[in-house]
Design a protein around this ligand. Structure first.
Ligand code: GLA
Length: 356
């Protein structure tokens, strides 16, 4: 009897082992990709949602700070900085072995009212900019590996945002400090942490040739003048119908600038940026989105030389914490994970693109 039972027991154990759920889990994105894979994150979810933490620690190797380092959060009054939310994120990231990408030192948006209403001459404005950059970068020195120094400085015309038709599109920085404020911002950041990698981050390069040219020209100009810039960020907030040609061109021309290239805020809207509360997440849409995620991962690997690959970062983690569904209130499913942080078809498409 023993003779028969023993092989049976061995077989049963083998079968049980083969069916363990961890054996069916795919290789995490961070282990598939030859470069860092990131997500932008929120301190509230990090503290309160175990599934969110779990997917972050398993799948990602880099995190971007979603809102906690923007002026409105980190510098709420002229003489007061509030590092609490950013510390929550940076501490967690470091404890879990993740690279931290800081976001963002200067932007025209998300600024506190005291800053927008600040009265002062150009010297006073320069001092505000310099103090802010020095204080924030010094605070995180050695803990934040890279920074978006300036975000979205160009208008759709490919010229620097200045006074714009909609006041909220204008830039107080350009208005008060003249066109060369970007270069000075980079110098201030470099003074505060010479080891940090400094990025210029922009959106729309994939669909707006004038903006693409503007960012590439800025990089060339800074390199020529010895301004410390190390990388360009392509946000890639995309509609599912975004042309592949536009994406390839944006990556090709950005890579040709010779700096690091970061796909910095990736999401893919199946709504194609149309507000439609009746939209359904059909199989067909899921497949198209998955194919586009795959295309982006693949094209990034092919067109951006290894030494220039800063990585690909999605903007948020799951569909229900996306700024698209939460902030802008679109009916959409733009990310790799669903509302319960389960992997979607988009995830598997992206993973395919990372590995072959
Ligand atoms: C831009 C910014 C991000 C984020 C999104 C959504 O892409 O760079 O910080 O705020 O808009 O609001």
């Amino acid at each position: 009897m023993q003779r028969f039972l023993r092989p049976l027991a061995v077989l049963t154990t083998a079968l049980l082992l083969a069916c363990r759920p961890q054996d069916t889990a795919p290789v995490p994105l961070k282990d598939l990709a030859p470069f860092p894979v990131g997500a932008s994150i929120s301190p509230t979810l990090l503290k309160n949602n175990a599934a969110y933490r779990n997917v972050l620690s398993t799948e990602f190797s880099s995190i971007s700070v979603e809102n906690a380092q923007k002026w409105g959060t980190i510098h709420p009054e002229q003489t007061r900085f509030n590092f609490t939310d950013a510390e929550t994120i940076v501490d967690w990231a470091r404890a879990n072995g993740k690279r931290v990408h800081g976001h963002t030192l200067l932007w025209h948006s998300y600024n506190p009212a005291w800053l927008t209403n600040f009265q002062g001459d150009s010297t006073a404005w320069e001092n505000l900019m310099k103090t802010h950059i020095h204080t924030v970068v010094t605070h995180f020195k050695g803990r934040v590996a890279s920074w978006d120094v300036v975000n979205e400085a160009f208008s759709d015309a490919g010229t620097l945002r200045n006074v714009e038709a909609k006041p909220e599109d204008g830039s107080v920085w350009r208005q008060h400090l003249g066109p060369d404020y970007i270069a000075r911002a980079f110098r201030y950041a470099h003074e505060a942490d010479p080891a940090a990698l400094l990025f210029f981050n922009e959106f729309g390069q994939e669909s707006n040739p004038a903006k693409l040219k503007a960012t590439v020209d800025l990089a060339a100009d800074f390199k020529r003048r010895g301004v410390p810039i190390h990388g360009l960020g392509l946000q890639f907030h995309l509609g599912v119908s975004q042309s592949e040609n536009g994406l390839s061109e944006a990556l090709r021309q950005t890579a040709a600038a010779g700096l690091l290239v970061h796909i910095s805020e990736l999401d893919i809207l199946v709504s194609d940026w149309k507000k439609d509360p009746t939209l359904q997440y059909t199989d067909a849409l899921q497949n198209r989105q998955s194919a586009k995620y795959k295309f982006i991962a693949q094209t990034y690997r092919l067109l951006v030389p290894k030494a220039q690959q800063h990585g690909i970062t999605t903007w948020n983690v799951g569909d229900s914490d996306s700024w698209i569904t939460q902030g802008l209130k679109y009916t959409d499913w733009p990310l790799l994970f669903d509302a319960n942080y389960e992997r979607k078809k988009a995830y598997f498409g992206f993973a395919e693109g990372l590995k072959n």
